[in-house]
Design a protein around this ligand. Structure first.
Ligand SMILES: Cc1cc2nc3c(=O)[nH]c(=O)nc-3n(C[C@H](O)[C@H](O)[C@H](O)COP(=O)(O)OP(=O)(O)OC[C@H]3O[C@@H](n4cnc5c(N)ncnc54)[C@H](O)[C@@H]3O)c2cc1C
Length: 296
């Protein structure tokens, strides 16, 4: 039986995990599995697979989750968003995971449509509705939820935001994985505010090195984890005209963030790999470890 992420996080060890997204074609799939083969020796505690907004990757996500589980034996978390999806659709997806032995779901609302249209009304308005549904109907599923150290753009009131996060926890979430951030102070502040709100489940920090200008701009556009500290921007501007140096700056910054988080009692770190292995391998190297077991 697949382990629950909460059991993995309950062990006395920092859990490093990797996130992948479903590739769109055969060539991208080949590249992803090349990266996975380079990352498996790092012995991640688990990996997770994202889900395209509005169900656009429902089959691709499922296939990738199953293939990773089959070929690597790793515990896999499948992301699932509920916005605009009717109950029958959600039930179908969860049934199929459950029948395939998947026991860990990252329960998300998903982003609202960007074309200005509102998503069709369904039984699920917020991620907390999905968490409650999974908890009631699939009680043996482990459930992760999203947290936002820099805040979520739709809820500028940070007091309410923590109340809504608490609602996801009260509905049955086992752990929180955060959006990416570049200043650890945002994470520590978020962790403390969770503690004050009585949120006791483990919090995994999401880390994604900014390795090129285009990617940085995309993050800033999404505005869901894009406060770039001036110190980082200064370093990037020194490396502006050299892709390799720019990448080095981003990886070095992320490595420093990871080292500081490890030194400050983080329960886990999720590396948003973008289906590549280089940055994650370099960060392990700079921590002085050859695999996740070295973190003890
Ligand atoms: C680790 C991580 C992984 C992700 N993976 C994916 C993925 O695979 N696919 C994908 O499409 N997206 C993914 N996302 C993005 C996520 O779907 C979006 O950020 C989305 O906008 C919010 O999702 P949520 O689950 O936090 O929603 P919710 O918790 O429902 O929150 C959405 C907004 O509604 C507010 N809110 C919540 N409850 C209430 C209430 N009762 N009343 C009023 N307001 C309320 C919240 O404060 C927030 O502003 C991921 C995000 C993270 C951090």
């Amino acid at each position: 039986m697949t382990a629950h992420i909460s059991d993995i996080l309950g062990q006395n060890r920092i859990s490093f995990s990797f996130e992948f997204f479903p590739p769109k074609d055969l060539a991208a799939s080949e590249r992803l599995f090349q990266s996975i083969s380079e990352l498996v020796p790092l012995r991640p505690a688990f990996v997770s697979v994202t889900y395209g907004a509005g169900g656009s990757t429902v089959d691709l996500t499922h296939d990738l989750v199953m293939r990773i589980q089959r070929e690597t034996g790793l515990t896999v978390v499948s992301h699932l968003t509920c916005v605009g999806t009717a109950l029958e659709g959600i039930r179908g997806i969860l049934d199929s995971y459950h029948n395939s032995g998947i026991r860990n779901i990252m329960a998300l609302r998903g982003d609202m449509p960007k074309d200005g249209n509102t998503a069709p009304a369904t039984d699920f308005t917020y991620a907390s509705d999905l968490v409650a549904y999974i908890k009631k109907n699939y009680p043996d599923m482990g459930i992760g939820v999203a947290g936002f150290p820099e805040g979520h753009p739709e809820t500028p009131n940070r007091l309410k935001e923590i109340d809504y996060l608490k609602a996801k926890v009260d509905a049955g979430a086992d752990y929180i994985c955060t959006q990416l951030f570049f200043d650890n102070r945002d994470f520590y502040d978020f962790r403390e505010r969770c503690e004050l709100a009585g949120i006791k489940i483990p919090i995994i920090a999401g880390i994604m090195p900014a390795t090129n200008r285009k990617g940085m701009n995309r993050m800033a556009d999404l505005a869901l984890g894009a406060r770039f500290p001036a110190r980082l921007l200064k370093a990037f501007s020194r490396a502006e005209n050299d892709d390799a140096r720019f990448e080095n700056v981003g990886i070095h910054w992320a490595a420093e963030q990871v080292r500081d988080l490890v030194d400050n009692g983080v329960k886990g770190i999720q590396f948003f790999t973008l289906n590549k292995s280089k940055a994650t391998l370099k960060i392990y190297e700079s921590l002085g470890i050859t695999d996740s077991m070295g973190l003890l």
